[in-house]
Design a protein around this ligand. Structure first.
Ligand code: NAD
Ligand code: GLY
Length: 375
């Protein structure tokens, strides 16, 4: 259990305003076990819990126990673990389980796991019988502060990350802070990357706060975690509420992701964690912002130091020993923000403000070279 002070309080609640698809993110200790976490969600019919082989032994029985008190039938499917399994064959296992269990349009899916499980469960919910309800129970820090919120769901394609998917909002997000206790250190750091992201793009006061609290976050201080998850979700909720389908503003949430997705795909999914690639990608995007004259070296250096203090890599990997720049550019042209083959980057346009912009390849090449050398 995290600190008793957190446990004693009612969960924090962050609303996402999306008309008839609005929902709440609940943040607190022991939420999985608390019947109040489920109040107002559908009950009676069947539920399918989707999880993976790592999370199942830790938390599946607890979620099952809660849902059995609400649903006539509670089924589960345990997927293989890992980013490389975020693909068609694994998705098919969810449909197999739904159909084998005789599930119907009233079935509610529960995603119990990190972003991989959450993205696949959401996509399965979007597709099964043309759309059924689902609830996110994120068990990684990254999933609590980012992937479980906002309704982006999907799978990877060998040629590009998250290339096949749908927008499908959950009914609720339950961020149980206690489950973060079992998270490996490397995964915790990966989650910190997505928390750090919110500072430069939206709230420099939050960035200052993270700088002061990074050590507390790394040792899982309950108050610091609750604050970090809450503020991250508030920022994401505000962005998603005003631009659900990424017509414009929502793209800022992809700060560091254009370089990051290239690193993930170029290294082979799973070699670098998503959050690690995003952490390094943010340093590269900050350098690019400096290279085009939007920010000064001080801000770039603060971002680089915080990413490093979070336990994340700041030296970019070489993706191709012979033609590294071309390989990065080729992978980044597959980014969903690219238009007509022109890569568009999320850049920092002064502290706490982001902008989406194309940059000449020559300038991008300089930043890639500088970042791969760790200059
Ligand atoms: P992950 O889902 O692979 O989880 C990381 C590892 O932690 C896995 O091995 C998992 O089994 C394990 N794990 C999960 N919870 C645990 C716990 N409580 N204790 C111990 N081990 C635990 O990775 P992730 O970082 O959570 O998510 C990354 C994925 O999220 C990527 O596929 C990325 O594309 C996606 N993502 C999606 C969005 C979105 O908006 N949909 C946003 C950001 C990232
Ligand atoms: N993680 C980026 C988004 O949700 O838009």
């Amino acid at each position: 259990m995290l600190s008793t002070a957190i446990a004693a309080h009612a969960p924090l609640r962050v609303p996402i305003e999306l008309g008839d698809r609005s929902y709440n993110i609940l943040i607190g200790a022991s939420l999985i076990d608390d019947p109040a976490s489920y109040e107002g969600l559908p009950k009676g019919g069947s539920a399918l819990i989707v999880t993976n082989e790592t999370v199942a032994p830790l938390y599946l029985a607890r979620l099952q126990a809660r849902l059995q008190a609400r649903h006539r039938q509670v089924h589960s499917v345990v997927l293989p673990d890992g980013e490389r399994h975020k693909e068609w064959g694994t998705l098919q296992k969810i449909f197999d389980a739904l159909l084998a269990a005789g599930c119907d349009r009233k079935t509610v899916l529960y995603a119990l796991g990190g972003g991989v499980v959450g993205d696949m469960t959401g996509f399965a919910a979007a597709c099964f019988m043309r759309g059924v309800a689902f609830v996110q129970v994120p068990t990684t820090l990254l999933a609590q502060v980012d992937s479980s919120v906002g309704g982006k769901t999907g799978i990877n394609h060998p040629l590009g990350k998250n290339m096949v998917g749908a927008f499908h909002q959950p009914l609720r997000v339950l961020c149980d802070l206690d489950v973060l206790r079992s998270l490996p250190t490397r995964e915790l750091s990966a989650g910190l990357a997505e928390i750090i992201k919110y500072g430069p793009i939206a709230d420099m006061a939050f960035f200052d706060w993270i700088e002061s609290n990074i050590d507390a976050l790394r040792r899982l201080d309950g108050h610091a975690l609750a604050r970090a998850v809450q503020r991250s979700c508030e920022i994401k909720a505000a962005v998603v509420s005003s631009d659900e389908r990424e017509a414009g503003l929502r793209a800022i949430l992809n700060f560091g992701h254009t370089f990051g997705h290239a690193i993930e795909a170029g290294m082979g999914y799973g070699a670098w964690l998503h959050g690690e690639a995003v952490g390094c990608g943010m340093v590269m995007a900050a350098r690019l912002s400096q290279a085009v004259g939007l920010v000064d070296a001080t801000l770039v250096d603060r971002i680089r130091r915080l990413v490093e203090r979070a336990g994340l890599p700041v030296v970019a990997p070489v993706l191709d020993a012979h033609n590294n720049t071309q390989r990065y550019l080729e992978l980044m042209r597959l980014d969903k923000k690219a238009e007509g083959g022109e890569i568009r980057f999320v850049l920092i346009d002064g502290p706490g403000k982001a902008v989406l912009r194309a940059v000449p390849d020559t300038v991008v090449a300089q930043v890639i070279a500088q970042s791969c050398q760790g200059a």
